[in-house]
Unconditional design. Sequence first.
Length: 106
Amino acid sequence: MFENINEIITLSRENGYTFFDKRRQEEHKTKVLPTLYGGKYFITETVHRGKVLFSVYKALKDGACDIVRGEVFVSERSAQRFLKIVILPNEPVINDTDEEVSYELR
């Protein structure tokens, strides 16, 4: 679907989504990690109440980003394992005509 995280960032901004807005990222103390999994999944690092936690997100074809599992992983490696063991092997095949709905606000 996507080749790299920069494609998602660009498309998301073009379509008016604020997930990758620098000010929003700073407010939420969130950093998007650069590796893309399965062409649409990525991991974020967040500082929450003084603890570093990791979340898994899914990018939709219009650049919107929906949370898959939020702030539950204590390491990047545990988030990667979740993706590789639970999500990617069970990912349904979706063609380009299937509709995706996001709950991300513009």
